[in-house]
Design a binder for this molecule. Structure first.
Ligand code: F6P
Length: 555
């Protein structure tokens, strides 16, 4: 890929700096002066209705942000990604997660292969497997139907599947459930298998590389648990091990040779490709647990949702391109206001794992200090993404967002129709819930002046503590309901927001070298933890002391 443009030396950056220096945030005044402000800054992308009007922007700022996108060649880079160019420079890979959700009549060529056709071949295999599990045709070694899927993976091979499984609970087939084991803390395997029946459990080992220590260790633990359980109940003896593994273990990976070496029949393995990043893989075969849980039609809707936003991102002019605008707004706050964090606050309990998923998507992608040509970045990069569902967050950390000393841009997400509609007397509980969604963004934007506080009869000494400055920026994202399609749309929205920010900063948003050092050191430290004095002596003084403490405390 051609060298990144240094965003900070563009004319648009200079303009944005000037605009920021002259900006006196005044959302009250801006809304009063322009009755069309809400409409002017609200955009639709597929089923997502996105209101940017409570951000600290005006037409001039937006125009300068769009000019910045043009100067850093956002649309060219975007087109290069969709076309399969090797934009993951440090790993020399194409970045084609968008091909995972292309309909089968689309062709994307990579080195002479139409990858979309490959995608659909694997999808069919996954769908067929899922159909057999869901119908009961696929049976465990003792002839019982599968009731529980255990997905073993970590990072992108866990966070996506678990998040979507939680979010699409209403779509999960009765009689089937899924569990997700990720942590190498043995507690994870122990507690999640404790009440399971091996005869009705199917394990999916999900690992792009099939080398990840946590996943392979947990897969071996699960294999021991399964085989010993089946033997203890007399279901199998030693001669039945291979059949039991074949009926109770499947794998998802790009490294099918390693799957076979682990002892899983490649017939029972679903592949994907190195051009799908782990954190962009929930819509690949990594979603196999989901396909089993929600079925092929719902998964197809989920993919169609991603695709709808891909099309929007690929073809909508920047001035109405929601992922591009949201990414540019994030740059505005990160680089011109110094905002170090960004909150994502879903008003949908089913989205309770969405912020955790976004942490990997955004922070593994954009937590970089060098650009894709190896030169240092010229400005701050990746924000810390975090969040919890409203209204729980309101009773925990919103205080700081409302009255703290730092600016925390926040995305509020809500759907009009709840998955579970309940009433409390005459009250529609979803409406009580959404009243909070609407109220919070208004409170953050418009605040409460000292005079308004006084009018409530507040004692003068307490007035300052009860003033809300307002001008705390939020974006509101609404959709009709949390369907598989809408959820696919939401995920794709954040993928492309992340991409947009990465292009402005000139970084490779698709590598993750920053996780390597800790992994390497853990391998070196392991013998020391186990009592090898020579290995211990090689550690730094602090690590030696900590390991000695551990060894004296360990029973
Ligand atoms: O944390 C690093 C990482 O490589 C992630 O990018 C990835 O999602 C995760 O580990 C799991 O990797 P794998 O799917 O290869 O087991």
């Amino acid at each position: 890929m051609s060298a990144p443009v240094d965003a900070t030396s563009t004319a648009a950056w200079a303009k944005l700096t000037e605009l920021k220096n002259g900006l006196v945030p005044d959302l009250r005044g801006w809304f009063a002066a322009n009755p069309d402000r809400a409409q002017a800054f609200t955009f639709d992308a597929a089923d997502l209705h996105v209101d940017l009007s409570k951000n600290l922007i005006d037409d001039e700022v937006l125009a300068a942000l769009i000019a910045l996108a043009e100067e850093v060649k956002l649309t060219e880079r975007r087109d290069a990604m969709f076309a399969g160019e090797r934009i993951n420079v440090t790993e020399d890979r194409a970045v084609l997660h968008t091909a995972l959700r292309d309909p089968d009549n689309v062709a994307v060529d990579l080195d002479g292969t139409n990858v979309v056709a490959e995608v659909h071949k694997v999808l069919e295999k996954v769908y067929d497997f899922a159909d057999r599990v869901r119908s009961g045709e696929w049976k465990g070694v003792t002839g019982k139907r599968i009731e529980t899927i255990v997905n073993i993976g970590i990072g992108g091979s866990d966070l996506g599947p678990v998040m979507v499984y939680e979010a699409l609970q209403p779509y999960v087939q009765d009689g089937l459930s899924a569990r997700f084991i990720s942590n190498i803390d043995p507690t994870d395997v122990a507690t999640k298998t404790a009440d399971l029946d091996p005869e009705t459990t199917l394990v999916i080992v999900a690992s792009k590389t099939f080398t990840t220590l946590e996943t392979l260790t947990n897969a071996r633990l699960a294999r021991s648990w399964l085989l010993s359980g089946l033997k203890a109940s007399g279901a199998i003896d030693d001669s039945g091990e291979a059949e039991a593994i074949a009926k109770h273990f499947v794998a998802v990976s790009t490294a099918l040779d390693k799957v076979a070496a682990f002892g899983i029949d490649p017939q029972n393995a679903f592949g994907f490709w190195d051009w799908v990043g782990g954190r962009y893989s929930v819509d690949s075969a990594i979603g196999t647990a989901l396909v089993v849980a929600i079925g092929r039609d719902n998964f197809a809707d989920f993919l169609a949702g991603f695709h709808a936003i891909d099309e929007h991102f690929a073809s909508t002019p920047l001035g109405e391109n929601v992922p591009a605008l949201m990414g540019l707004l994030n740059v505005w706050y990160r680089n011109f206001f110094g905002a170090a964090t960004h909150a994502v606050l879903p008003y949908a309990q089913l989205l309770h794992r969405f912020p955790a998923y976004l942490q990997q998507l955004t922070m593994e992608s954009n937590g970089k200090s060098v650009r894709w040509d190896g030169t240092p970045v010229t400005t701050d990069t990746g924000e810390v993404f975090w969040g919890e569902p409203g209204t729980n967050g309101q009773h925990a950390f919103y205080q700081l967002i409302h009255q703290g000393t730092q600016l925390i841009p926040a995305d509020f997400i809500a759907v009009a129709n709840p998955a579970y509609g309940l009433t409390d007397g005459d009250a529609d509980v979803h409406e009580l819930f959404l009243a909070n969604f609407f109220a919070q963004t208004a409170a953050l934007a418009f605040g409460k002046t000292a005079d308004e506080v006084r009018e409530e009869g507040t004692a003068e000494a307490i007035v300052p503590a009860r003033v809300f400055s307002g001008n705390r920026p939020t974006t509101s994202i609404m959709a009709p309901a949390l369907t598989p399609s809408v959820f696919g749309q939401l995920i794709a929205l954040y993928e492309h927001i992340t991409f947009t920010e990465g292009i402005v900063w000139g970084i490779d948003s698709f590598d993750q070298w920053g996780v390597e050092l800790g992994k390497q050191l853990a391998l070196k430290v392991t013998p020391a933890v186990g009592g090898d004095e020579a290995a211990l002596a090689e550690q730094d003084a602090s690590t030696q002391e900590l390991i000695r403490y551990y060894r004296t405390q360990r029973g």
